[in-house]
Design a protein around this ligand. Sequence first.
Ligand code: F6R
Length: 274
Amino acid sequence: MSGNIEPGMTKPIHRRELAGAEVEVFATAADAYESAIDRLATLIRDCLDARGKAVLGLATGATPEPVYAGLVREHQARALSFAQVSTYNLDEYYPMSPLDPNSYRAYMDRHLFSQVDLTVNRAHLLDGTVPEAFANDHGAGYDRWIAAEGGLDLQLLGLGRNGHIGFNEPTDLPVEQSLALPTRLVELHPTTIADAARDFGGEANVPRQALTMGIATILAARSILILAFGDRKAPAVARSLTGPVCSEVPGSLLQTDPGKVTWMIDRAAAAELL
Ligand code: F6R
C-alpha cells in the first residue's frame, strides 16, 4: 500500500467536525497517507522555521508504516531534515529487549530512525528493560522529558480494535481518572494480545504488559493526528466519535479536547459513521 504514495494534497471525500474533532474521510487509505505525510512534513518544516526544533509523538503498528516510508522519501527527495527533531514513542512491550525484532525500538529503527538524520539522543522510546519496580518511575521520567522539551507539537496515533490509544486499554475508571493517567506500566487487553499474536508467533509469546504514554500525556500534545483504516476499525472509530466519552473506549477520551484532534480515515473505517 505504501509503494506509490507521493506527498501532495489529496483531498478527503468528506470533511466535517464531529465530537470536537476534524474528521477527514478519504476514498482510500493511500489518499489518507498522502495527506498525513504532507501534514507531518509541513509541521516539521514549520516548527523548524519557527523555533529551530520539532517534537513529535510517534506510534508503531501496521497503520503508520506508510507514513514513515513517506517521511523517509521526503527526507531523501526534498531534504527534510530530522537533525533537530525529537521523537517520543507512545509505547513499548514489557518486558522487551530493544534488540528483539518485535520491540517497538526495532520497529522504529527499521522504518524511520536508520533511514533519516535523526540525532541518536533525540529519538526516545520507553525502555522495556527497566526493573518492574521502577517502571512507573521510568514513565514519570518520560513525561518529564517531554515536558522539558516544551511538549509535543504533534502526537501521531493509531486506534486499536478495542478502541485503545497507545496501550491505554479499555477500563471502567471514571473519565476524570482516565484523563489524568500518566505514562506507566499496564496490562494488555485480550484483544490486543490476540492482534499481536501473528507478529510473535502465537498468543503465548506476546508480552502481557507494556509501557505506555498516559491519556494525560497524549492529550497534552498541541495537536493529535489519528489514523484508522479498514472495516475492522469501523466499530472503534464510530464508538470513539459518536459514542459517549468513557474509559471503556479510550479513543472517545479524545472528545474531551476539542479543536486539537484530526482523524484521517478511509471509507471502510468510516462505514459506521456515515
Ligand atoms: C502502537 C499503538 C497502538 C496501535 C493500535 C493499532 O504504538 O500505540 O495503539 O496504534 O494497536 O495498531 P495497528 O496499526 O497495527 O492496527
